[in-house]
Design a protein around this ligand. Structure first.
Ligand code: NAP
Length: 280
């Protein structure tokens, strides 16, 4: 059986083995997808060991996405921009690095939530690894504006500077803000994406509800019970609320496509996974 894994620390919580097993079953394919808990400082050795066991590819989760980008011998343009990699493909002696997080988010918003990004006003909150992974694919949708607001404003500025050339070539107004900047607070948005870790502590997002236009889509990258305060906050301000479970399934489908050459159906897998998590 073809061997894959997700590498992280912690990794016990990962839903990726379940998702990829369902994809494989639905596509009539046979694969073995494992969880690999790796100690800090041992990432590249763990990848080597996995390859020598016959591994065909792996997903990377916290805190190794940047190390994975550095380890890859071939990096996609998305990885270069994000400086982070969530999918490795082993091809002969090459390690190909891709980042499917942003593609997954865009598929979830445009496909599953049926919400257009093109020509809309979009706000991303946060400037960490997740925000870095989604900015390029969001820009590729050509929103009217893509603003990035972060608690530590200079990190947002750095992220936007890295994407300035892409934004310019696509004609997108891409700017960076601190969370309490007056110019930001005076505006409102069609799509608000919380890529900050505020929900980790089950906090409401660190911005006022006035940033949401009536009928906006508000999406948290977090999923599970921790996303509940964000979802309630969004609904209480007239927005349509979405958690990050769809992004999780869609980014996995993009990885499956890279490894297996075919994109599996996601709607049924997302529905089943949500039911499973609610039951638990
Ligand atoms: P990270 O690299 O540690 O970055 C955290 C970001 O959140 C930083 O911008 C930080 O601001 C900000 N932040 C943290 N606590 C905050 C608070 N209380 N108020 C306001 N801002 C706060 O983490 P990450 O990898 O980007 O992950 C962010 C979120 O995305 C997590 O919830 C993660 O679970 C989720 N995620 C989901 C998926 C998915 O498939 N659904 C994939 C990847 C990530 P400073 O710069 O000021 O510290």
């Amino acid at each position: 059986m073809d061997l894959y894994c997700v590498i992280g620390n912690p990794v016990e919580h990962s839903k990726s083995p379940w998702i990829h097993s369902r994809f494989a079953a639905l596509m009539g394919q046979s694969l073995d997808y494992q969880k690999l808990l790796v100690s800090l400082g041992e990432f590249s050795q763990a990848v080597d060991n996995f390859r020598s066991r016959g591994g065909r590819g792996c997903n990377i989760t916290l805190p190794f996405k940047q190390e994975a980008a550095a380890l890859a011998t071939q990096r996609s343009a998305r990885v270069e921009l994000a400086q982070a990699c969530n999918t490795l493909i082993f091809q002969g002696d090459q390690i190909v690095g891709e980042n499917t997080d942003g593609l997954g988010l865009v598929s979830d918003i445009v496909g599953n939530a049926q919400t257009q990004i093109s020509k809309r006003d979009v706000l991303v909150i946060g400037a960490g690894g997740a925000a870095a992974g989604i900015l390029g694919p969001l820009l590729e949708q050509r929103p009217k504006c893509l603003w990035v607001a972060n608690r530590t404003a200079h990190k947002a500025a750095g992220l936007v500077a890295r994407h300035a050339s892409l934004a310019h070539s696509l004609g997108v107004d891409c700017q960076a803000f601190g969370l309490s900047d007056a110019a930001l607070l005076a505006c409102n948005f069609d799509v608000l994406i919380n890529a900050s870790a505020s929900s980790l502590n089950q906090d409401a997002p660190p911005v006022p509800g006035s940033l949401l236009r009536q009928g906006a889509l508000a999406c948290d990258l977090m999923y599970g019970p921790s996303a509940d305060p964000f979802l309630k906050w969004a609904q209480s301000h007239g927005a349509s609320a979405r958690d990050g479970l769809g992004m999780l399934v869609e980014q996995a489908a993009e990885a499956f496509l890279l490894w297996r050459g075919i994109r599996p159906p996601t709607e049924i897998v997302l529905r089943e996974l949500r039911a499973l998590m609610l039951a638990a």
